[in-house]
Design a protein around this ligand. Structure first.
Ligand SMILES: Cc1ncc(COP(=O)(O)O)c(C=O)c1O
Length: 397
C-alpha cells in the first residue's frame, strides 16, 4: 500500500507546510528576469522584506539555502585571521562556527549545555576582556532550531553597548524570522541572516542578509575572498529591481505572495499566534510528564519545542512509528542530541486544529511506542487554546 490518504503533517521545525496560496503563486510561468514585469515585482519584494526584518536598510536575497547566507555574512565583513565571538548554543551555532573556521576566521567559542540561549552577561564580560578590540564580530543564533531555545537579541545588543565594544553584531534568524518578534534596526544588528523555508512559508531555496550602514562600511575593507556572495553588485542591481545573476524567479513569486499574507495577518498577530501555539505545546509536554529541553523559561522558543525522551527510549524509533502510523514527520535530534530528543515544529502556516492534530499524533505515538507518559497532554493544550481564544486581548477575525 503506497498511497496514504489525507494530508501529510510536516511538523519538523522547517521546512514548513507551504500554503496553497504560495504554491499557486509559484506555479506561474517563469518570466524574463530582465523584463519590466520582473523589475516591478522585485522592487515590491525588496521593499516588503524590510517590514518583516523591521528595518529601513537593504535586504539582499540569494538563491541559496540558509547556509549560503551565513557564508555571505562572514565573507562580506571579515578578513582572514579576524577574531569573532560565537556561542555554542546548539547544533546550528556549531555549524556556523565550523564554517567560520574553514573560511580562516579565528573563533572564540563559548560553550553551553545546549539548553539555553546566549547569556548577555557572558557577552559583556568577553567583550570587556578584549581591551584591544580585536574581536570583529559577535555572532548569535536567535532561535537554536536544534534545542528550542531563543536568545535575547535586544539584551545582547545592550551587553555589547555596555562593554563599549565596536564589534559587528550578526544574528541568524533562520527559524525565527516572521514567527518570533525580531527587530533588525531597533536592536542594532549589522547582518541578519534568514531563510525562506520556515516563517516565510516558502520552500527551501532563498536566503537573506539584512544589512546595516556599519556592515556595508566593514565590507569595503573586508579581505575574505567573495564573488557570488558579494553585496556590492547585488545592491547596485537591486536598485532597479534586478539581480547580478539569474534569480530564483518562481520562488520570488512565492515570496511576493507570502509577504502579502504576512501583511494581511499583521506581524504582531503572527507573533502572538506563534506564542500561543508554543505555550499550548509546552502544556501538552508537561501534561505527558515529559521534559522540555530548554531550561530557561524566558528563552522558550515559540517556533519549536524540543522534548527529552525518558532514559532508555529512542526518539528516532518513536518518530518512525509516528510517521508510519499517522503520516506525521517530527524533527530528529541533531548532533549530540541524536536519539535523545524529538522536536515538534509549530511554525509557519499553522492554526489551532493543525496543532491539535500534531499533538494528538504525538500522544497516540507515545502510547503506540510504549514510551512511559501520562495521558492528557493534548487536553491541557486544548484548555489553553480555548481559554486564550476567549481572552479579550485575542483578536478573533
Ligand atoms: C538556526 C539555523 N541556522 C542555520 C540553518 C541552516 O540553514 P540551511 O539548512 O537552509 O542551509 C538552519 C537550518 O535549519 C537553522 O535552523
Amino acid at each position: 500500500m503506497t498511497y496514504k490518504s489525507g494530508r501529510h503533517f510536516l511538523q519538523i521545525p522547517g521546512p514548513t507546510n507551504v500554503p496553497d496560496r504560495v504554491l499557486r503563486a509559484i506555479d506561474n510561468a517563469t518570466m524574463d528576469h530582465r523584463g519590466p514585469e520582473f523589475g516591478r515585482m522585485s522592487l515590491e519584494i525588496l521593499d516588503g522584506l524590510k517590514g518583516v526584518f523591521q528595518t529601513k536598510q537593504p535586504v539582499v536575497i540569494y538563491p541559496a539555502s540558509g547556509t549560503g547566507a551565513w557564508e555571505a555574512a562572514l565573507v562580506n565583513t571579515l578578513s582572514p585571521g579576524d577574531r569573532v565571538l560565537m556561542f555554542e548554543t546548539g547544533h546550528f551555532a556549531s555549524l556556523w562556527n565550523k564554517m567560520a573556521t574553514k573560511l580562516g576566521v579565528s573563533v572564540d567559542l563559548v560553550p553551553t549545555d545546549w539548553r539555553r540561549g546566549v547569556d548577555p552577561a557572558a557577552v559583556e564580560a568577553k567583550l570587556k576582556e578584549d581591551k584591544q578590540h580585536s574581536i570583529k564580530a559577535v555572532c548569535v543564533v536567535h532561535n537554536e532550531t536544534s534545542t528550542g531555545a531563543t536568545s535575547r537579541i535586544g539584551a545582547i545588543r545592550k551587553a555589547i553597548d555596555a562593554a563599549g565594544h565596536p564589534a559587528l553584531y550578526m544574528v541568524d534568524t533562520i527559524s525565527s524570522l516572521a514567527s518570533i518578534d525580531y527587530r533588525h534596526d531597533e536592536w542594532g544588528v549589522d547582518v541578519t541572516v534568514a531563510g525562506s523555508q520556515k516563517g516565510l512559508m516558502l520552500p527551501p531555496g532563498l536566503s537573506f542578509n539584512a544589512l546595516s550602514e556599519k556592515a556595508r562600511k566593514a565590507s569595503a575593507a573586508a579581505k575574505l575572498p567573495r564573488s557570488y556572495w558579494s553585496w556590492d553588485e547585488m545592491l547596485a542591481n537591486n536598485k532597479t529591481g534586478y539581480f547580478p545573476y539569474t534569480p530564483a524567479t518562481n520562488l520570488l513569486y512565492g515570496l511576493h505572495e507570502s509577504l502579502q499574507m504576512l501583511r494581511d495577518e499583521g506581524l504582531p498577530n503572527v507573533f502572538a499566534r506563534h506564542a500561543r501555539h508554543a505555550e499550548a505545546t509546552r502544556r501538552a509536554v508537561r501534561g505527558w510528564g515529559l521534559e522540555i529541553l530548554c531550561a530557561v523559561a524566558e528563552e522558550y522558543s515559540n517556533t519549536l519545542t524540543t522534548v527529552v525522551m525518558p532514559a532508555g527510549h529512542d526518539a528516532d524509533r518513536l518518530r518512525k512509528m509516528i510517521l508510519e502510523a499517522y503520516d506525521m514527520s517530527l524533527g530528529t535530534g541533531l548532533g549530540r542530541l541524536a536519539g535523545k530528543v524529538f522536536r515538534i515544529g509549530h511554525l509557519g502556516d499553522f492554526n489551532d486544529l493543525t496543532l491539535a492534530g500534531t499533538l494528538a499524533g504525538v500522544e497516540m505515538g507515545l502510547e503506540l511506542a510504549g514510551v512511559p507518559h501520562k495521558k492528557g497532554g493534548v487536553l491541557a493544550a486544548f484548555e489553553h487554546l480555548t481559554e486564550s481564544a476567549r481572552a479579550p486581548s485575542r483578536k478573533v477575525a
